[in-house]
Design a protein around this ligand. Structure first.
Ligand code: PLP
Length: 461
């Protein structure tokens, strides 16, 4: 019997167009052509329903760290489903969640020791904000509720996380926003203000000090937390300038504001460390994580808080008044343990650290193309900014960007066998975040496909 419950085989394309509602997707764009259907994965490659192979240059959606088709991880999931498929973390615990919490606490920087599981990154961010608010209510600073985050940064889509997200364009349909979201500048050095445009260190100090100015403007006793990614994804990979996070840490300490490191993308090897904050040498009060913790073999997210933050919740009648049914799902926790075993067995952090310079150098070869303005990132996490004029850094108009990214690049890269992201939520960029198992042959394949498609894109402008 087929998926439609009849004896007739389902036409997946037709059925998808009739019944599926894709996320952040213009459904109208599938009227005239097929919806991309990915049916199978193997290592860093995935395959469509016709058997065509694609290099998964985005690790799905910054998720598939160990690559696809790992039977040992699938088997761990099956074993756990047979042993205990589900039990909630509402007043119960189960062995896999306990083991994983202990393992994550051991890997996390400094005194981050207490793990609150969720199922996704948005829930992790939402939980961190709610926890910060309740923490300040419990500790005698009930007026602290605001959150600072950076321009264009993406922190998720649930109403709280959306208020933290810095992408103005995805908010209007859902206004009014939850109150308290405040924006500060990001660390896009390519677009730095002119007075710090030729001094990366000065730019970093300025960007960090903007956080202090925002805290003072809002009133320090109203600010609960600042949410920052180690390397900001949206906008096309903005690494922190040297000293930036150290300065931010000082500012947070000065005003009693919590530093939340949103590592939904940057944790679990993406930057060559278990946590992005370890790469850049700063100590957060909370880390939010999701995605790579399971490499996508099951959904899981969470936040790791310091003992200091957990402490007021651990006494008497107090509890953190927050929870979700599937948080810390036993199958997801078993999968996370098996995923981390693969990290250790295959030294995936070592693979990223020893190959990241080669990845960067291979992508930098694209600088000979007139459309490539900036190549930036760290680890296995890169953005390539596309420009109309390299000398002046002039970007594309909205109309050109629409034609270039949506009208041509996204389809052309996919047709050429590369999954990556052509994104214009800031200036137009192509984003790359391949599985952590990739080596030079994959970097070369990425570079070759990009070279061909970007050359053609330029000739069409
Ligand atoms: C930094 C960051 N935070 C939060 C989220 C939201 O995660 P999710 O899509 O799992 O809800 C994302 C998703 O990409 C993210 O990149």
């Amino acid at each position: 019997m087929s998926a439609n419950g009849s004896d007739h085989p389902t036409n997946l394309q037709e059925s998808a167009k009739r019944h599926m509602w894709l996320h952040f997707s213009r459904m109208s764009s599938y009227a005239g052509h097929d919806m991309p259907l990915i049916v199978r994965g193997e290592g860093p490659y995935v395959f469509d329903e016709k058997g065509k192979r694609y290099l998964d240059g985005l690790a799905g959606l910054f998720v598939s760290q160990i690559g696809h088709g790992r039977t040992e991880v699938a088997e761990a999931a099956a074993r756990q489903a047979a042993e205990l498929a589900y039990f909630p973390l509402w007043s119960y615990a189960h062995p896999r969640a306990i083991e994983l919490a202990e393992r994550l606490a051991g890997m996390a920087p400094g005194d981050l020791n207490r793990v609150f599981f969720t199922t996704s990154g948005s829930e992790a961010v939402e939980s961190a904000w709610k926890m910060a608010k309740q923490y300040f209510k419990l500790t005698g600073e009930p007026t602290r509720y605001k959150v600072l985050s950076r321009d264009i940064a993406y922190h998720g889509t649930s109403m709280g996380a959306l208020a933290i997200t810095g992408l103005a364009a995805i908010k209007p349909p859902f206004e009014p926003m939850a109150p308290g979201g405040v924006r500060v500048p990001n660390t896009n050095f390519y677009r730095a203000p002119s007075f710090v445009a030729d001094d990366l260190n000065a730019f970093g100090i300025w960007a960090a000090d903007e956080i202090e100015r925002a805290i003072l403007r809002e009133g320090p006793d109203s600010v609960a937390a600042v949410f920052l990614e180690p390397c900001q994804n949206s906008g096309g990979c903005f690494p922190p300038p040297p000293g930036y996070f150290q300065r931010v840490r000082e500012i947070c300490d000065r005003y009693g504001v919590l530093l939340v490191s949103d590592e939904v993308i940057c944790a679990f090897g993406r930057l060559g460390y278990y946590f992005g904050s370890q790469r850049y040498g700063y100590q957060p009060d909370i880390i939010t994580f999701a995605k790579g913790v399971t490499s996508g073999y099951a959904p899981l997210g969470g936040m790791i808080a310091s003992d200091r933050l957990a402490e007021p919740f651990l006494h008497g009648e107090t509890s953190f008044l927050h929870g979700v049914t599937f948080a810390g799902h036993p199958v997801s926790c078993a999968v996370a343990m098996a995923n981390l075993d693969v990290f250790e067995k295959e030294d995936l952090l070592g693979n990223v650290r020893s190959n990241e310079a080669a990845f960067r150098a291979t992508l930098e070869q694209l600088y000979d193309l007139p459309i490539v303005g900036d190549v930036r990132g760290d680890g296995y996490f890169y953005g390539i900014e596309l420009v109309k004029d390299k000398a002046t850094r002039e970007t594309f108009s909205d109309d050109e960007s629409e034609r270039l990214l949506r009208g041509y690049l996204s389809h052309a890269l996919f047709d050429a066998g590369l999954i990556c992201r052509a994104d214009d939520r800031g200036d137009p960029v192509i984003q790359l975040s391949p599985p952590l198992t990739c080596t030079q042959e994959h970097f070369t394949e990425i570079e070759q496909i990009l070279r061909g498609v970007l050359t053609e894109a330029w000739s069409r402008l």
